[in-house]
Design a protein around this ligand. Structure first.
Ligand SMILES: Cc1cc2nc3c(=O)[nH]c(=O)nc-3n(C[C@H](O)[C@H](O)[C@H](O)COP(=O)(O)OP(=O)(O)OC[C@H]3O[C@@H](n4cnc5c(N)ncnc54)[C@H](O)[C@@H]3O)c2cc1C
Length: 385
């Protein structure tokens, strides 16, 4: 009987296990996770769960019994310490070893850290620790005006905290959305009473707050750092797999070893539409990438070719984003951005390369079709719908 081992019991790993069973795999599935919780979804951790608006039960990928019911040997609180490609086995933190026929590495990413006493937001424990500190009147200093930083700022502000955000870029989400639409998020937060400090970095974090690169000191009850995440590639690298920004794979999520696959945040996979490798740290990439890797492990001819997709909720703004703005030369709007109910299209050479719908729903398929089609669009038609 074949044994498929999955390292990393996050969304990608759990969805891969589910797909293996749905596709009729009747061998052994071993799902190994370093965390003590069964696989859960991270987006609520910086949104409704952090705000105390949703229950803990709602974050999990599967019900507690699902693993036993589906013959998935879920081993939690256990870290894989080494992959031995030549022997087809992984070594575990408890000294044991687990042989495999096929291996999926879905080890995700970990927050980038700064020296000094600060909070981070990756795990359910991190979210619960922050929730406990977000009390009326507490002063919260957030380092980083990207997705996690802004969602954290929104949750803290909604809880009645005094919130300051520090960011070296000239505005919020500058790299993800560019200055025009990043600026819109900055104005949203300012309108809710968040103080935003752009063009300055956190030089030092202390018990009482932060010293900025400008020399100014800001005091705060707590500091939360959200400056991005680094893919957990060391296992793969030590094993001798090809690694770039993430674990390098082809479009079928096969690594440089034919029996090893990678999915989710940790994978840098070849995307047929972009004709290059990309790494995507978003929920939908793990949700769809896990199943693609599972099918690939079963020898099916598959490609992970979904467009990058992301969503966020901040205050009463909900948005979905598809594509990649890189190289865009124009932005076309349908609706008025200041009304916070609009669609933005990023164009390159007259073709749509990315789209963002803000408080407008059920348009993602249409936006993604436009991007995939690669047609030169009529801008007037695009702006009027
Ligand atoms: C707070 C937060 C909010 C987010 N919000 C959004 C959002 O709104 N929209 C969106 O699109 N995306 C969002 N994301 C991103 C999204 O959650 C991730 O892209 C997704 O979780 C990636 O899933 P994954 O399975 O690849 O990795 P992970 O979820 O990181 O799971 C990997 C697991 O592997 C385990 N692991 C690592 N190394 C080992 C080892 N050696 N042995 C055993 N286990 C190991 C880790 O402990 C972890 O549990 C958010 C992320 C965070 C942290």
């Amino acid at each position: 009987m074949a044994t498929f081992v999955i390292v990393g019991a996050g969304l990608a790993g759990a969805k891969a296990a589910q797909t293996l069973r749905e596709e009729g795999f009747d061998g052994e599935i071993v799902l190994i996770g370093a965390e003590t919780e069964r696989p859960y979804e991270r987006p609520p951790l910086s949104k409704d769960y952090l705000q105390g608006r949703s229950e803990r039960d709602g974050i999990f990928v599967h019900a507690p019994d699902w693993y036993a019911d589906n013959g998935v040997d879920l081993r939690l609180g256990l870290r894989v310490t080494r992959i031995e490609l030549d022997h087809h086995l992984v070594r575990l933190g408890d000294g044991s070893r687990q042989p495999y026929d096929k291996l999926l590495v879905a080890t995700g990413a970990v927050p980038r850290r700064l020296p000094g006493p600060a909070y981070y937001l990756r795990t359910v424990e991190d979210s619960e620790a922050l929730k406990a500190r977000f009390t009326e009147g507490a002063s919260v200093l957030v380092v980083g005006a990207s997705w996690i930083g802004l969602e954290t700022a929104a949750a803290a502000r909604t809880a009645g905290c005094e919130v300051t955000v520090v960011e070296p870029e000239p505005t919020a989400l500058n790299r993800a959305l560019g200055p025009e639409l990043g600026g819109l998020f900055a104005r949203l937060h300012a309108s809710k009473g968040v103080e935003l400090r752009f063009g300055t970095a956190a030089a030092e974090i202390t018990e009482t707050g932060v010293r900025l690169s400008s020399g100014e000191r800001l005091t705060a009850d707590l500091v939360v750092v959200g400056i991005g995440a680094a893919p957990e590639v060391w296992l793969a690298r030590d094993a001798g797999l090809d690694v770039g920004q993430g674990i390098l794979t082809d479009a079928a999520l096969r690594t440089s070893h034919p029996d090893v696959f990678a999915a989710g945040d940790v994978a840098e996979f070849f995307h047929p539409s972009y004709d290059r490798r990309i790494r995507v740290e978003h929920w939908a990439n793990a949700l769809h990438g896990g199943p693609v890797a599972a099918r690939s492990m079963l020898g099916q001819d598959v490609a992970h070719d979904m467009l990058p997709y992301f969503f966020t909720d901040q205050y009463d703004l909900g948005m979905e984003f598809s594509g990649d703005i890189e190289g865009h030369d124009e932005i076309v709007y349908r609706g008025d951005p200041e009304s916070l109910e609009f669609i933005a299209y990023w164009l390159r050479g007259g073709r749509v390369v990315a789209g963002m719908n803000v408080n407008v729903w059920d348009v993602v398929d249409e936006i993604q079709e436009l991007i995939k089609s690669g047609v030169i669009v009529d801008q007037k038609e695009l702006s009027t719908g």
